[in-house]
Design a protein around this ligand. Structure first.
Ligand SMILES: Nc1nc2c(c(=O)[nH]1)N[C@H]1C(S)=C(S)[C@@H](COP(=O)(O)O)O[C@H]1N2
Ligand SMILES: [Mo]
Length: 326
């Protein structure tokens, strides 16, 4: 499949098309040379080798080492479901929209800047991010505030690995995540459902918790656009909206940052938004969830677990009233 999209005068290559295109072009070159009879057996071998190289070095593939400490035992959600049932309002509010419209997102070149209360601000491109720390595969549950969940093999490394490079000042108390805000690439930005750019935030100790994942891939591949390519955050003990997609900036702040969902509806979406079956959303219960892919007629909903089952984060909230700080 070869898809070309014209955007701002330049051709966009979808991540999913990079390898097929490379293979395709090698093959076309080969066929052309064959046709003009200019191909010698040595170069034939070279071409075959190049094609094999292009296939094994798929631009989509991402190598990772499975981290045994973070392997949810639940059955993994099918790739198809995880990539066609998405919340990414920059690409439309329907679950099916992002898979259909996010092809217009250009993920290279990409830069992520880390700034604010840091002694050494950093601007990293994607290659630098991919090399910053060993990429791990971690299977996490993701629970959306809407009452459904998935189990996804994410790839990346703890956000703390990145934050320790910038040397935080003593004023750094919170971490703000800011998503791309480019209307030429994101058709949903025309809608006023949320305040753009999409902004999320964590308290510093939450962001430094090893579970908090700077995410660069899933299912053995770089992130599909609809899942927040090329870099997102994954915070598995909080409702899905805390996990900001396609981020361009991480800002360390002294004060609690404003976050898009909290600004849109402060009585429904708190800053903390820990998965908590004891605190219902004002319009529905949070006591159970529908696991995507398990929705047969007789399938029971699953009980939602405190902190989405990640009880190791409980100490972060010792002494806090989680009904008040929902
Ligand atoms: N920039 C941005 N990030 C976002 C969202 C969004 O609309 N925009 N939606 C959030 C919500 S509500 C959820 S449930 C998760 C969904 O992530 P997934 O599509 O990879 O499963 O992304 C979160 N991150
Ligand atoms: Mo969500």
């Amino acid at each position: 499949m070869l898809i070309k999209t014209k955007q701002g005068g330049s051709d966009l290559i979808l991540p999913s098309d990079i390898t097929p295109r490379a293979v395709f072009e090698t093959r076309r070159e080969f066929i052309q040379k064959l046709a003009v009879g200019s191909i010698a057996s040595a170069s034939l071998l070279e071409m075959v080798q190049r094609e094999a190289f292009a296939q094994t070095n798929s631009a989509n593939k991402l190598a990772a080492t499975s981290n045994p400490a973070y392997q949810a035992l639940d059955k993994k959600t099918a790739y198809k479901d995880a990539t066609t049932y998405n919340n990414f309002y920059e690409f439309g509010t329907d679950k099916a929209d992002p898979a259909q419209t996010a092809a217009s997102l250009k993920t290279r070149p990409w830069t992520l800047s880390i700034e604010g209360e840091v002694k050494k601000p950093l601007v990293l491109d994607l290659d630098a991010l991919l090399k910053l720390a060993p990429i791990e595969e971690r299977v996490y549950r993701l629970r959306c505030v809407e009452g459904w969940s998935m189990v996804i093999p994410w790839m990346g490394y703890s956000l703390s690995q990145l934050l320790k490079k910038v040397e935080l000042t003593s004023n750094a108390k919170y971490v703000e995540f800011i998503s791309l805000n480019d209307a030429r690439q994101m058709p949903g930005l025309g809608s006023r459902v949320l305040q753009w750019p999409y902004t999320e935030g964590l308290r510093l100790d939450e962001a430094m918790h090893p579970l908090c994942l700077l995410t660069l891939g899933m299912y053995g591949e770089v992130l599909p656009n609809q899942n927040g390519a090329p870099v997102r955050i994954t915070v598995p003990w909080k409702y899905g909206f805390k996990s900001a997609k396609s981020i361009v900036k991480i800002r360390l702040t002294k004060d609690q940052p404003r976050t898009s969902w909290n600004v849109a509806n402060p009585s429904e979406y708190g800053f903390y938004s820990n998965v908590n079956p004891d605190v219902d959303h004002p319009r529905w219960s949070q006591g159970s969830e529908r696991r995507i892919g398990e929705d047969g007629f007789f399938t029971r909903k699953r009980k939602t677990l405190m902190f989405n089952g990640y009880s190791e984060v409980a100490s972060l909230y010792a002494g806090m009233d989680l009904k008040r700080y929902f």
